[in-house]
Design a protein around this ligand. Structure first.
Ligand SMILES: NC(=O)c1ccc[n+]([C@@H]2O[C@H](COP(=O)([O-])OP(=O)(O)OC[C@H]3O[C@@H](n4cnc5c(N)ncnc54)[C@H](O)[C@@H]3O)[C@@H](O)[C@H]2O)c1
Length: 257
């Protein structure tokens, strides 16, 4: 028996690309806690990857959803409605920036690079939350994945820091608007974890070592620790919490020097 139960709850997870994805760690924990899950994937190439991961899970809805495409988002939630009827929670674990915008000088960021990073990594939470909320008739919980670069400067993180700042504002704005409907919106802000997205950031490995050296816990955090925090925020153990950004970073973000 899991310490927190999601028995009887249905949810959708956006952002599984492979077995290292934070979304995959979260999904596994949510399922162990008893949740019934649907997944969205970005494109056909990643469909196969997600299919392989859930191979032994039985009949799991896998739905294509490129968050740059409004029709995809609407269709994905229409399919979830058909399959589940209603939704208890949604996990937004999606981000993208052009490789050249994750190195060098921030002041060289192109207009197109800015648009793309903000659209995929920040804007997408808005239509996803809107569609998810439509299915959360009995209240619900939505989480997004942020990073401390929303508040502080991390060389190379560049435009993604801007996107995370926007994302965290959206979390507060959506929490305020959806709160009266019993729907909570929060973000997790993990420390560095080895994933496809992280490897795209120039200097990621050095940053990871620095986190382990300087954080109060003197180590890097794990995928499982993020998944456990997600379980908490998506469960009825956190019904008093909305609009929050919860660091899962071994305390790194509290340090001055
Ligand atoms: N890995 C880290 O160190 C770290 C730390 C803090 C926050 N995060 C955040 O966690 C989240 C998940 O990233 P991850 O590290 O697990 O990497 P990941 O590469 O496994 O996940 C990123 C996901 O975004 C999806 N995506 C990108 N563009 C998309 C689009 N147009 N439509 C639909 N999906 C799209 C990808 O398919 C992928 O599944 C991101 O928001 C990331 O910024 C990661």
């Amino acid at each position: 028996m899991y310490p927190i139960s999601l028995e009887g709850k249905t949810g959708v997870v956006l952002g599984v690309a492979n077995q290292r994805s934070i979304a995959w760690a979260i999904a596994q924990t949510l399922r162990e806690a008893g949740a019934t899950l649907a997944f969205t994937y970005q494109n056909q190439r990643l469909k196969e990857s997600v299919e392989r991961l859930v191979e032994t899970w039985g009949d799991v809805p896998l739905i294509e959803c490129d968050v740059a495409n409004d029709e995809h988002i609407v269709r994905a939630f229409a399919e979830i409605k058909e399959r589940f009827g209603s939704l208890s929670f949604a996990v937004h674990s999606v981000a993208f920036a052009q490789r050249e915008d994750l190195e060098g000088n921030f002041y060289d960021t192109s207009r197109e690079g800015f648009r793309l990073a903000l659209e995929i990594s920040a804007y997408s939470l808005i239509p996803v939350a809107k569609q998810a909320a439509e299915l959360m008739n009995g209240g619900g919980s939505i989480i997004a994945l942020s990073f401390n670069a929303s508040q502080q400067v991390y060389p190379s993180y560049n435009i993604m820091g801007t996107a995370k700042a926007a994302l965290e504002h959206e979390v507060r704005q959506l929490a305020a608007e959806l709160g009266p409907r019993g729907i909570r919106v929060n973000a997790l802000s993990p420390g560095p974890l080895d994933t496809l997205a992280a490897r795209g950031i120039h200097g990621y490995v050095d940053m990871k070592h620095l986190h382990a050296e300087r954080s109060p816990l003197r180590r890097n955090i794990t995928h499982k620790e993020v998944a456990n925090a997600a379980l908490f925020l998506l469960s009825d153990m956190s019904t008093g919490i909305t609009g929050a950004v919860l660091p899962v970073d071994g305390g790194y973000s509290i340090m001055g020097v």
